[in-house]
Design a protein around this ligand. Structure first.
Ligand SMILES: [Zn+2]
Length: 158
């Protein structure tokens, strides 16, 4: 709200409450607090006050600004957290969680493929029940094998 809007607003309050002060020092304080907010929101809050339990007294400044959002805060609240899907398992998550998840998911995927390669019939759910050591062993084995494979490929290109 601009200073003029704040003064106008205070005059409206004065129309309802004769003892309400619209002096400079009060205007300064109200302007300081209300300048962050939008006029319509503040008026709406005043309407609520007129229907509320404390309608016999002029509204308090902290009541008028309570739960009000500044335009920036409103904009922020509108933004939905950006979700991405893991391209390995298809699970949706926020971007923050993605990197950690992806590393874990990739390791799981490698372990899973290694197990399948060995011809063991095991579901992904069962995979989660295996101990960390077992998973680590399979993972290391798979990595060692793929390293060997890469070296072989490199050699065949030369
Ligand atoms: Zn995943």
């Amino acid at each position: 709200m601009t200073r003029t809007e704040v003064v106008d607003f205070m005059k409206v309050i004065k129309a309802y409450y004769q003892n309400f002060l619209v002096e400079d020092y009060v205007v300064d304080e109200w302007y300081k607090q209300l300048s962050k907010y939008e006029k319509d929101d503040v008026y709406e809050k005043f309407e609520e006050h007129l229907k509320g339990d404390y309608q016999t007294q002029p509204p308090k400044l902290h009541y008028l600004t309570k739960y009000l959002k500044t335009p920036e805060e409103k904009e922020k609240a509108k933004q939905v957290p950006y979700l991405v899907a893991c391209n390995l398992c298809g699970k949706f998550m926020s971007l923050d969680e993605y990197n950690e998840h992806y590393d874990k998911c990739l390791a799981e995927e490698i372990v899973y493929r290694e197990i399948l390669r060995e011809g063991t019939d095991i579901g992904r759910d069962e995979l989660k029940k295996l101990s960390r050591e077992t998973l680590n062993d399979i993972y290391k084995k798979a990595m060692a094998r793929s390293k060997k494979l890469r070296e072989q490929m490199k050699r065949s290109y030369q």
